[in-house]
Each structure stands twice: as C-alpha cells, then as structure tokens.
Ligand binder design. Structure first.
Ligand SMILES: [Zn+2]
Length: 175
C-alpha cells in the first residue's frame, strides 16, 4: 500500500527543498524565516516504500501542518541503505496520504458552541474556506450544526480559527 506514493513523489521532485530527516527542523526553519505566526498544528504518519536509487526499504514521513492560516503537506524520505534523503513540500497531499492520515489518527470534528443566530456568518466562512456553492454550504452547515463535520485535525483547526475570527466559538475536537 505504501509503495503507491513513490511515483507521485518522483513526479514532484523538482519542488523538493533540502536534505534532512527532521520535519520539526523544516517547520522551525519556516517559522524562523518569519513566514508564520501562531501555533503550528500538525499530524504525521510514517510509511514504507522502496528507494528509487538503491532498491532498499525506504522510510517516509508525511505531515500535514496548519501553519498560521495555511495548510501544508510535507513528505520526508530517508534511505537507511544509501543515505538518500529528501523533502517534498506542497499545498496538496500526495495520492492516498490524506486517507492514510485519517485512518491512522481518526477524524477531528468541528464543534461550534455559539451557532445560535449565527448561521449566515457560519455559512459565509464555510463557503469561503471550503470553496463551496450555496447548496453545498447549506449541506455543510447542517453537518456542522449536527456536530458531524469532520476532517483531519489541521483542516478542522483551520476552520475553527476562521470561525473564531468571525466571532463564532469553535474548536477542533476528537470524538
Ligand atoms: Zn537508497
């Protein structure tokens, strides 16, 4: 299952950044560069694939991080046999990575505690953040009010931040 990521990773190697195996370092570098403010919320998964250089088992890390108000995907690979290491950063996940993150960590739910009389404001945030049309936003609103709107923790935390900015009490929570 993990090996399905390898072709996708190879496809975006032109965007890889540096040689390291420490994702905390990557986030730290970004923060040090003054690009982000506020708490970083992230979730990661480890998986195995095959090194394209030497054929050995390759350890990979996939991380989704909410940095300020932007979602980032980072993949880090380190080959224990030949030492090949790589980072890939993008704003969209590699194929299958998001599903794997959800299945490993479980979904987070959006809990809104001051929705009374705020449906319009709530729907405005949902439409803007999720790029929804009016009908889709109504469906999403129903799921939010029912406590059934879920996603990865960084995704839901981003929505909660945007809602709080709009004056609506919201948190990302695990069931
Ligand atoms: Zn290798």
């Amino acid at each position: 299952m993990a090996s399905v990521f390898a072709p996708a990773v190879r496809g975006v190697l032109g965007r890889s950044l540096s040689l390291s195996s420490n994702l905390d370092l990557l986030v730290g570098v970004r923060m040090g560069a003054g690009m982000v403010m506020g708490r970083v919320v992230s979730e990661s998964i480890g998986y195995l694939t095959v090194c394209q250089d030497c054929g050995a088992r390759l350890e990979c890390w996939g991380v989704q991080a909410l940095v300020g108000t932007s979602l980032q995907w980072d993949v880090a690979m380190t080959c224990s046999a030949c030492g090949a290491a790589m980072f890939v950063c993008d704003d969209v996940p590699l194929a299958g990575l998001r599903d794997q993150l959800l299945s490993e960590h479980g979904a987070a739910r959006l809990r809104v505690t001051s929705a009374q009389g705020r449906s319009v404001a709530l729907m405005r945030v949902l439409r803007a953040e999720l790029k929804l049309d009016l009908a889709e936003a109504k469906t999403a609103l129903g799921r939010v009010l029912a406590g059934e709107f879920s996603g990865t923790l960084p995704e839901i935390e981003l929505l909660a931040r945007k809602l709080r900015e709009a004056g609506i009490s919201a948190v990302a929570a695990r069931p």
